[in-house]
Write a protein that binds this ligand. Structure first.
Ligand SMILES: [Zn+2]
Length: 383
């Protein structure tokens, strides 16, 4: 046994040196901070915390202190969040470390370090018992509150991108009323949609009239992300910048996160036919779920945009073949047709396109959920 000890020791040291899975996946870096120990009434030890990016109604929400993960939950700076959501903050003038937040008819009383809060006088447990707390970072003290608890109590929708560690808060005013009325699966946060903006970086895609396909696809993909977030779905993007991402890596990202659907956004070109226009949606050959998703997206997107309906088709594209979930590639329109290019550049048209794609996704998932309970259900999510 003795001779194995050095090996075991080496293995133990190696395991200690490896970052945890959560750390390895965290893309926004860490901050060093001290979490206040409210029971001991003293600052805790300096600790490294994973940071989370915040979006409010589709736009980044930044402050001097980032949101961080504590106890598996995102804590956000109270002042930043309260100001952004228009909630009044009032500290109770005693030693109980209590803060009262009010917005409209809702009053939340939080005690720092306590696992329950009072919402309009009723005791409500905090998710996972993670309390609001004081945190010091870079010589400053911040009151941090559980993001989901705080936002949902004030009537917002909270969504999560597990790929970029970004939390999306959406106010009810931001939710497209047409989509808000759509029948959708219960608890949409169970579903993770991978959104793939075609091309990027050195791969411009089609290029006409000074317009690069990669810019149009990223713009539409971001709109789709905001809409899906506002509807409560989890989503992730294979790229969120003008950067080159390999096609196999795009599929790999969706597979690694175990996404439920994969939707790739592209623009088309037909060099010899400048009048040719319209919308195609591609799926992988013989994929029943891919075909159903393509049909759903094609129908909703053409209805929303008024684009010429070029129907669905199958293709052996890498992102359709290598993804382990129902996948579609939306060719939103022809950049070679001057009329259609003008529409693709129009912000309102891009929004309608994103709304249409989102509607197709929601209807597909809703149908699947309904059918799942019947004897004719398709039992497996995999293509
Ligand atoms: Zn393309």
């Amino acid at each position: 046994m003795r001779r194995f000890l050095p090996l075991l020791l080496a293995l133990a040291l190696l395991l200690c040196a490896l970052p945890t899975a959560a750390h390895a996946a965290a893309p926004n870096g860490d901050v060093t901070a001290q979490i206040y120990d409210h029971a001991a009434d003293a600052p805790g030890p300096a600790t490294s915390l994973t940071t989370v990016r915040l979006y409010l109604d589709g736009a980044p929400l930044d402050g001097e202190m980032p949101a961080v993960i504590v106890g598996g939950r995102t804590l956000a700076p109270l002042r930043l969040l309260a100001e952004a959501l228009g909630a009044a903050v009032e500290w109770l003038p005693d030693q109980t470390a209590q803060v009262r937040l009010t917005k409209g008819e809702t009053a939340i009383a939080l005690t720092l370090g306590a696992p329950t809060a009072l919402v309009n006088g009723q005791s409500v447990p905090m998710p996972d018992g993670v309390p609001a707390t004081l945190l010091s970072h870079a010589g400053q003290s911040y009151t941090m509150v559980p993001l989901r608890f705080f936002s949902e109590t004030l009537g917002c929708t909270v969504s999560w991108d597990p790929g970029s560690y970004t939390a999306f808060v959406s106010t009810s005013a931001y939710i497209d009323p047409l989509l808000a009325d759509l029948e959708r699966p219960a608890d949409p946060g169970r579903f993770l949609i991978a959104i793939d903006a075609g091309h990027g970086g050195s791969a411009s895609g089609a290029f006409y009239d000074g317009v690069a396909e990669k810019a149009l696809t990223l713009s539409m993909a971001r709109k789709l992300r905001s809409i899906l977030a506002a509807l409560g779905f989890q989503m992730t993007m294979t790229r969120d910048a003008d950067e080159y991402v390999d096609l196999y890596d795009r599929a790999g990202m969706a597979n690694a996160l175990n996404a439920d659907l994969f939707v790739s956004i592209h623009c088309n070109a037909a060099d010899n036919a400048p009048d040719f226009q319209g919308l195609y949606v591609y799926h992988y050959p013989n994929s029943d779920l891919g075909t159903a998703l393509a049909r759903s997206v094609q129908t909703a997107a053409t209805a929303r945009t008024g684009a010429v309906d070029r129907d669905i088709d199958h293709a052996d594209f890498v992102v359709l073949r290598e993804t382990a979930m129902p996948a579609v590639l939306v060719e939103t329109g022809f950049m070679t047709c001057p009329e259609e290019l003008a529409r693709l550049l129009d912000d309102a048209y891009q929004t309608r396109m994103a709304q249409g794609v989102a509607q197709g996704i929601v209807q597909f998932l809703n149908e699947r959920e309904k059918n799942r309970k019947s004897p004719l259900s398709i039992p497996d999510f995999m293509v």
